[in-house]
Design a protein around this ligand. Structure first.
Ligand code: WTA
Length: 693
């Protein structure tokens, strides 16, 4: 019909970032079905009819507006869904993303004042949801649990805010948080936000040395931790790690005067913990004495909210800095649409608050929507591989968001662990952290979700603050393994080596044109590195560091990092960090680290190690090298494989040819390519000969 034609017409005017959605519509309208027809997975008509975004057309209209009129699109959302003490001055946003035109600068809602804690708690309570559960806490052991309503959560947050103010923490001061998944973790984040302090959460799996490095970088007034945590059958004495980190940071000129320690009774009694007089204070001894009301510190939209360190391609971790207003609007809006959030939902994200996923999608995004969130302290396979589904049934979880590595490991453990639970409450599943391979996608969809729940495979990064490319579960059919289409306001551009944007079906480097509210604003203390890493590679664009392809229907497929970052179980690890840990061992002369395909972890860590002259290879040394990495970074960064290397393949100018190392690591020995440019090509043969040692 002519109507239909008009419709198709308006779609072809979409900016190229939206991909070729007209063929997606053709699919939906039953026309010229694509050859991958069998790979399209449709949401049920029932699901779509109830969804916030229920059709491609609705998405397209909103998407079109979001990129043609970003100021109007985002200010409407900001105005109708959030509280601002004062409105932004005139411009909703300003941006300069081109280094040739001066320093990179991104600002959203500048001049407005707000508070994210107020928006996540007080505003929800004022709307009448004070008695709704904000956090369900599930401990490591079965039967260990707790919960807090929005009002109770606010009381706890205020007590800590008051305490922090009392000990002198002021707006703009940094607070380092080294806590496991106790309720105190989101409580602490929110308490900092309430008084304008900048939190820097360090994942409680990082070693003392990594923690010290982060403390030295941001010089916090306070470190907040707990005595111990039990994960699975192991107890980990976190306070000891903090003690060591504080000694180490003092050696580097940063002394922290206060360490507030929460007693995690279920893991360990406080008597087992050493305390330093004058520095170490038990949370339980002080915080509950403070008033349960605490005035909000109104901050500028562009005032910093948090720092979160992440790995890059050089050894030093980067302090990604997010500010308040844009992050608030973006984390909440992405949460709402990508999970099709309804007030009746019970939401569980398995991520730890030590990573960005736990910031945006355990704490801020869901609470800003007034959601009930599960915080799980334990390990997903303890006491057995059915634990996740036990929790799903116990709390009637409706939205379950996790990482492909967990999906693959549970898949390996067998369907019986899943099918013995009902899981009928589930309606939306989510995946994040790395590309999800189609077979894991299908298992997640068919077995966990009983072929009923759409999967939101969300692509984003610590730097982006929130989802960038993600399904909107009721809007369109999915393709297993594709993150589908850009979120509102996001304009992906796939560029070639020279930085030219490529249209249509293609592969290349994934960049983003223009800014979005959740974008990070700088790397703490190193704006130059921010510009060099993200904005100089391709003029005018943010460069993600990921490879990507777009198929003929406009679906985006993430293909993994193109820089020297590897993704192990969804944890971002810089190969340079692991290398520098290895060479710190006195018997290691040189190390080169690459990723290799790993059945469960996605990528594993493969280290080529050259020893100091005269040192023989030994099993003991292998173990010691691995231990060195565990001690310097954390257990999650331990190499899976150490490959003894008499020499490393280098060009005549001394550059290590990682391409060759990757092929050796993945045993693709017939694909080594041209090795004639090596300074000493015989190195390669020696390496291959030692492959199986
Ligand atoms: C990868 C985690 C494919 C990607 C939120 C990115 C993904 C890095 C996906 C960021 C996905 C994350 N599909 N790859 N759905 N989500 N990645 O900063 O390589 O810890 O650059 O943020 O994870 O990791 P980060």
């Amino acid at each position: 019909s002519s109507d239909h034609l008009r419709h198709m017409d308006s779609m072809s005017q979409l900016p190229s970032g939206a991909g070729n959605i007209s063929s997606l519509n053709a699919v939906i309208l039953g026309e010229s079905l694509a050859s991958e027809e069998h790979d399209l997975v449709f949401p049920s008509p029932h699901f779509s009819s109830q969804a916030l975004i229920s059709s491609p057309q609705q998405y397209q209209e909103m998407y079109k507006r979001s990129v043609e009129d970003p100021a109007g699109f985002w200010s409407d959302i900001a105005t109708s869904e959030f509280f601002w003490k004062d409105k932004w001055a005139h411009e909703v946003y300003t941006e300069n993303l081109d280094v040739s035109k001066g320093p990179i600068k991104i600002e959203w809602f500048k001049g407005a004042t707000t508070n994210i804690c107020y928006n996540a708690l007080d505003r929800i309570i004022e709307s009448g949801s004070g008695d709704k559960v904000a956090i369900y806490w599930e401990g490591n052991e079965l039967g260990q649990d707790g919960k807090l309503t929005y009002s109770e959560l606010l009381n706890k947050v205020c007590q800590l805010s008051n305490y922090l103010k009392h000990v002198g923490v002021k707006k703009g001061d940094a607070v380092v948080i080294y806590l496991p998944m106790l309720m105190e973790l989101p409580i602490t984040m929110l308490a900092c936000a309430r008084i304008g302090a900048v939190h820097s959460v360090v994942f409680a799996g990082f070693s003392a040395e990594s923690l010290a490095q982060r403390i030295v970088d941001c010089k916090p007034r306070v470190v907040i931790t707990c005595n111990a945590v039990r994960r699975g059958s192991k107890a980990i004495h976190l306070k000891e790690i903090v003690d060591n980190a504080l000694v180490e940071s003092a050696k580097n000129g940063v002394s922290v005067g206060l360490c507030l320690t929460c007693e995690n009774q279920s893991a360990m009694k406080r008597e087992a913990t050493k305390c330093q007089d004058g520095r170490d204070i038990w949370w339980q001894d002080v915080v509950p004495q403070y008033p349960t009301e605490c005035e909000v510190e109104w901050v500028d939209s562009e005032d910093p909210l948090f720092l979160l360190y992440t790995s890059g391609s050089t050894g030093k971790p980067k302090g990604v800095l997010h500010t308040t207003g844009g992050y608030m609007v973006y984390s909440a809006t992405t949460f709402k649409y990508a999970f099709d959030y309804k007030p009746s939902d019970i939401y569980w994200c398995t991520a730890d608050c030590g990573w960005i996923t736990g910031h945006s999608y355990v704490t801020y995004g869901p609470l800003l929507n007034g959601a009930s969130v599960i915080v799980f302290e334990g390990a997903p396979n303890y006491p057995n591989s059915g634990r996740c589904w036990d929790i799903v049934d116990k709390y009637k979880v409706t939205i379950f968001y996790t990482a492909p590595t967990l999906v693959r490991s549970l898949m390996r453990d067998g369907n019986e662990y899943v099918t013995r639970y009902s899981r009928k409450s589930l309606r939306v599943l989510g995946s994040v952290g790395e590309p999800i391979n189609p077979s894991a996608w299908k298992w997640f969809y068919n077995v966990v979700g009983d072929s009923r729940c759409p999967i939101s495979d969300t692509w984003w990064q610590t730097e982006t603050g929130g989802f960038m490319i993600t399904p909107l579960p009721g809007a369109w059919p999915q393709k297993p393994g594709s993150a589908t289409f850009p979120f509102f306001g996001v304009q992906p551009v796939i560029v070639d080596e020279k930085g030219n944007g490529i249209e249509g079906e293609c592969s290349g480097y994934l960049c983003i044109k223009n800014s979005w509210p959740g974008a990070f604003r700088t790397l703490y203390g190193d704006h130059e590195r921010y510009e060099t890493t993200y904005f100089k590679p391709f003029t005018g664009y943010y460069f993600s560091g990921d490879g990507c392809s777009r198929d003929k229907d406009g679906y985006y497929w993430l293909t993994g990092r193109v820089d020297d970052v590897i993704n192990v179980s969804g944890h971002r690890i810089g190969t340079a960090e692991v290398e520098s840990a290895l060479v710190s061992h006195p018997q290691c002369a040189e190390a080169a680290v690459v990723g290799f395909e790993h059945e469960v972890k996605g990528q594993g860590i493969y280290a080529f190690v050259t020893l100091v002259d005269g040192i023989p290879y030994s099993e003991e040394l292998r173990k010691n090298l691995i231990l060195t990495v565990r001690n310097q970074i954390g257990a999650f960064a331990a190499p899976d494989k150490i490959h003894w290397a008499p020499g490393l393949p280098k060009t005549r100018s001394g550059k290590i040819m990682r391409r060759i190392l990757r092929k050796i690591a993945s045993r693709q020995l017939d694909e080594l390519g041209d090795i004639s440019t090596l300074a000493d090509p015989s190195v390669v043969e020696q390496l291959i000969a030692l492959s199986d040692s």
